[in-house]
Design a protein around this ligand. Structure first.
Ligand code: PAF
Length: 282
């Protein structure tokens, strides 16, 4: 495993790898790695000769200063975890200036409406920040494949759109959500929950699974009302939004259309920590 904090050094190393015809995978992360991240890294290691894992808490994608400050950081532990996955990993740990230069600001993107709903509606500027940093990582590393988790399904669709619109020659690979024993989707933010809340937050996945069952016979409105009533009775978890949307366009579902794929999306606060999850419905 090699660690780089300078872009130029990483690019030089990647050039050496390319000269040997080695394929390159990229797993962008914000650190505080868990089994969910490691499943992405393991897949990338299986499918590429060399894998770049970036560890960078990207300031431009946070709309709340406090959320950025409280975002968990543990580089030593991250490096130990990555070492356990395999030798051909290049860890990229830049600081904000190395990535952005003097002006740590986002570009402005047109994601064809994908950024106007759910996370985009509740976190102003979030997807411009994600788009900016992911585009910088993609163009710096120029990977054969880049890996993103489906927990951030809206982000995954937006990154696919970005690559498509900019005609970037990189394959974007979506990876399934990994869950804790009680069903909570794995996330770096889970570290900020008490053990009791962490277990109780399994309720989010349980509700999504019931929503999926109801999807067979009930309308989006009926299911949404039912989900709201479930959270109204829960004193630990506060519902921010629940939405049933088309998987490709993320347009909220009004009526079921044949051959259309739908997914339920949810955002919840627990112990002041924002948790998101989603589940394919059909
Ligand atoms: O999903 C994340 O951890 C981040 O949004 C990403 C893709 C690493 C960009 O900062």
């Amino acid at each position: 495993m090699h660690i780089f904090d300078r872009k130029g050094e990483l690019i030089a190393q990647l050039q050496l790898e390319r000269n040997k015809n080695r394929t390159v995978g990229l797993v962008p992360t914000m650190g505080a790695l868990h089994q969910g991240h490691l499943s992405l890294v393991k897949k990338a290691v299986l499918e590429n000769d060399v894998v770049v894992v970036s560890v960078f808490v990207n300031p431009t994608q946070f709309d709340q200063k406090e959320d950025l400050e409280k975002y968990p950081r543990n580089l030593d532990q991250d490096l130990d975890l990555l070492k356990s996955v395999g030798p051909n990993i290049l860890v990229f740990t830049p600081n904000a200036n190395e990535i952005y230069g003097e002006d740590v600001v986002s570009k402005s993107y047109d994601f064809d409406g994908l950024d106007q709903v759910m996370e985009g509606a509740f976190r102003t500027g979030h997807f411009d920040g994600v788009g900016t940093v992911v585009e910088l990582f993609l163009t710096t590393v120029a990977p054969d494949r880049a890996y993103f988790g489906e927990k951030d399904f809206q982000q995954l669709q937006i990154i696919k759109k970005l690559v498509d619109t900019r005609q970037l020659p990189y394959t974007i690979v979506g990876c399934p959500i990994e869950r804790e024993a009680h069903g909570l989707a794995m996330s770096s933010r889970n570290e900020r929950l008490s053990q009791t809340t962490r277990e109780e937050a399994g309720f989010i996945y349980k509700t999504l699974k019931t929503a999926k069952f109801k999807f067979g016979t009930e309308s989006a409105k009926e299911i949404t009302d039912w989900v709201s009533s479930q959270f109204a009775e829960n004193s630990t978890l506060e519902l921010e939004y629940f939405e049933i949307a088309e998987e490709d366009t993320l347009t909220p579902m009004t009526e079921k259309t044949a051959n259309q794929k739908y997914r339920a999306f949810i955002a919840v606060y627990a112990d002041g920590v924002r948790l998101i999850d989603n589940l394919r419905l059909n």
